[in-house]
Write a protein that binds this ligand. Sequence first.
Ligand code: SF4
Ligand code: SF4
Length: 253
Amino acid sequence: MIIIGAWFKLPITFCAVKIGVIQLICPVGFLEASLATKSIITNLLPGVILVGVLTIIFGKSFCAWVCPARYAGSMVRQAGQNKMPGTSASINGGWLKLQRLVQRKISLSWKDGLALLAGLFIGIAIFGFPAYSIFCPVGILSRNLIELISHFRLRMDLILLTVPLALSLVFKFGWKCACPMGLVRGLLANSSKTLVPVVDQTACLGCGRCMDNCTSGVNLHENRYDSFSCSKCLNCIKDCRHGAVSLRIVGRQ
Ligand code: SF4
Ligand code: SF4
């Protein structure tokens, strides 16, 4: 969609999509702009409300199915596993080793990410400058993809991807614990009662595979489904060899 948009010069990025009179906009971008200008940008309100409603219905699906940063991450992983031609295992191997080493010392989680987010928003409100837009990996990847399609070159700001990469080292579940976009979507998705992976306890053999493989750290066996963290990637359904996990369209466990 982004490639088609860039090719035909349409107003489509991962951060904003214009559909007729409504502009669907990233909630973090909207909050940043509102805090920096100390005003509510009313013409963006319908779009951001619609994004909020979609997040309540579909949870953090954007993070698992649309976000380019997630795809960039899996491409690095695939490169490390030699699944991409001409790449070596050393990139991913080295990165994982470094991550384990740092995490033995510091292992920050979702709550630390939320504290960082609160600090970021306070800073934006005080200084009146939307600083996160500069480092947002989704924005960086969007801008570079558009530049590549329209002018066959990359932008210098690609180097800023090292900031989220470095931050992801110190978090228990990687960058997603610090991603403002994911955290704001998580807060909105907290009340989501749709598209919930549920465990059939009668079919479950307790192997723990669904929990071990969940990259968001969700334990489906807990009494309360963690809709804040779950990105609805549906890997737990695929990973359970006993068919004990299924997707409930409406309603929680
Ligand atoms: S992977 Fe399936 S069988 Fe294993 S603990 Fe999860 S639900 Fe139970
Ligand atoms: S593996 Fe299951 S519980 Fe974990 S994030 Fe994906 S859908 Fe949610």
